[in-house]
Ligand binder design. Sequence first.
Ligand code: MG
Length: 379
Amino acid sequence: MRPLTVLGVTGSIGRQTLEVAAHLGLEVAAIAASRPSPDLLSMARAHPGATVVVAGTESDATFSSALGDRVRFGTGALEALAAEPDRIVVNAVVGSAGLAPSVAALRAGNRLALANKESLVSGGPVVQQALADGGGELIPVDSEHSALWQCLLGEPVDAVHRLILTASGGPFRGRSTEELQHVTVEQALDHPTWSMGPRITIDSATLVNKAFEVIEAHLLFGVSYDKIEVVVHPQSVVHSVVEFVDGSQKAQLGDPDMRKPIQFAITAPERRPIGEPAYELAGLTLTFETPDRDAFPALDLGYAAGRAGGSAPAVFNAADEVAVEAFLKKRIRFADIPRVLEQTLESIEVRALESVEDVYEVDGEARDVAGGMVAATSG
Ligand code: MG
């Protein structure tokens, strides 16, 4: 198997990727993070053959003296690293900074194991073009898309009747629109099944995260939005389902352990043994329900942005990042988040995206507009 490049190595997915690499006995050829942290330095020492990139700074004396010429700095170095050929690039960068390395990896013909949401949500058309031009492979790491990918192995896409993405429903499942007016930051951060960073936890509470996943599924599998559905499944055991034209449904199940989809993105379509594969079904109760689209309007806003295409999903994402940050700082209420998204989407005309620069430009514009909406809302 090709050596690994792990981008965003100090985050949760990055760390688990190193565990998977150790388990598989894979060479880690390069690691990258945004900041020169003590964590990154100890990872660099644990992988003495790996190139190290610190993307968010142009120099660091400690890193340079500790690592010599195997450390490089800056976003240009991050892109160059992703473009080194014959690699499996795991992109677990958080935020829109993940787009440029995704495009670089695909243009170089690498396998991209993608855990960075913004690459497809914001830069979908650009990433698809890079995939077509470079002849690389794009394999999702996210549990739902990994599930769909696995269910679709050996199946022609025209045999698909529906993709059914499962959603945990987040901490506010079952609450009414009225009840959601008064929920707190602390309540929103208390996710029932998955332990994740603050932004994705809030995105899970608003169903924005599921809207992102709908957009990603459309781009990954070429299935129209009319054929992508969301079902709330609080136990998060069924990671997603594909329904075929003959009425048969295939689901992928497992415990909420991200090492499994990470490993599959690296080894696919092969499967490699994992330490303790047993997952007991006996005793499980699995339930499924329709999402409450009135209480969680962000889901339909995401579908609308996806259908509008071009720059609209990038606007949706950027506005959400601004709105979530404002909510976490208690400047706006939970119920204001979808309002900021809707108003920002309405304010910016949809245009085509042809380059990474186009995406960053619309991202900046949407942040400004959303920032204005937040200021107006928080008075
Ligand atoms: Mg997910």
